[in-house]
Write a protein that binds this ligand. Structure first.
Ligand code: APR
Length: 238
């Protein structure tokens, strides 16, 4: 491996699993307990906003009960110590990357710890419950607030910036994602079609997109990612 200057790390639910946050598609995952069309689409919110708010209120409340682990801290360390740029592009809506020391993060599927007003479009940091009775702190409207989450059928955030990053990176690492949900599932193919970047999958088991990766490391993110980060930082010193 050469020394890398521009690293993009795509993360999914698997990186938070060892912190105690449920994944979506593993056995016992969130989509086994809830139907996507009941809680994670714009239609679901129109039909039954209280149910959707409750689903996200429960998940938001879990944030204070979980802690980042070795994989999150390893990425924080990589950003701090690499002589170059490290960007975490996460599909996760938890705040464990921030709490693990990463600062250059794109939350492409939104953030549990934020809500936004559908009337004045402002986004607010939000750790409390949110209901249809809660008024917008800026414009005073209610009901107006919704979870700052990208639902199925909506456009992920910051796709233009992500596309540029995929184009420019010299290393793309995917961690803890099953490769089922686009556009993130297509990032590795996009990186490879652009040129010479190295690509590594770190996942408990081979993902749907495993054949696109030049290198694969299968096992727990909490064990494999600190090792990988150590290797990447050692290359810098050679
Ligand atoms: N270390 C590494 N990988 C793990 C670990 C672990 N400790 N535990 C589980 N995994 C892997 C699983 O093997 C699985 O391949 O993480 C992956 C999690 O996959 P999903 O549950 O499908 O989660 P994700 O890929 O993030 O889902 C993408 O789908 O429902 C939407 O919006 C939701 O952002 C989410 C998107």
């Amino acid at each position: 491996m050469a020394s890398y200057k521009n690293i993009v790390v795509l993360t999914g639910a698997g990186i938070s699993a060892e912190s105690g946050v449920s994944t979506f598609r593993d056995s016992g995952g969130l989509w086994e307990k809830h139907r996507i069309e009941d809680v994670a689409t714009p239609d679901a919110f129109r039909r039954d906003p209280e149910r959707v708010q409750n689903f996200y209120n429960l998940r938001r409340a879990q944030l204070s009960a979980v802690e980042p682990h070795a994989a999150h801290f390893a990425l924080g360390r990589l950003e701090k110590e690499l002589e170059g740029r490290v960007t975490v592009v996460t599909q996760n809506v938890d705040n464990l990357h921030e709490r693990g020391g990463s600062t250059n993060i794109i939350h492409m599927h939104g953030e549990l710890a934020k809500v936004r007003c559908q009337t004045c479009h402002q986004v607010f940091e939000w750790l409390e419950d949110c209901t249809q009775e809660t008024s917008c702190p800026a414009c005073g409207q209610s009901p107006a607030l919704r979870p700052h989450i990208v639902w199925f059928g909506e456009m992920p955030f910051e796709m233009d910036r992500i596309e540029s990053l995929l184009y420019e990176c010299d290393l793309f690492v995917s961690v803890g994602t099953s490769g089922n949900v686009y556009p993130a599932a297509g990032f590795v193919a996009a990186v490879r079609s652009h040129g010479m970047a190295h690509t590594i999958e770190v996942n408990l088991e081979p993902s749907e997109g495993v054949s696109y990766f030049a290198e694969t490391r299968h096992g727990k993110a909490g064990e494999l990612l600190p090792e990988l980060v150590e290797e990447l930082l050692t290359l810098r010193k050679k």
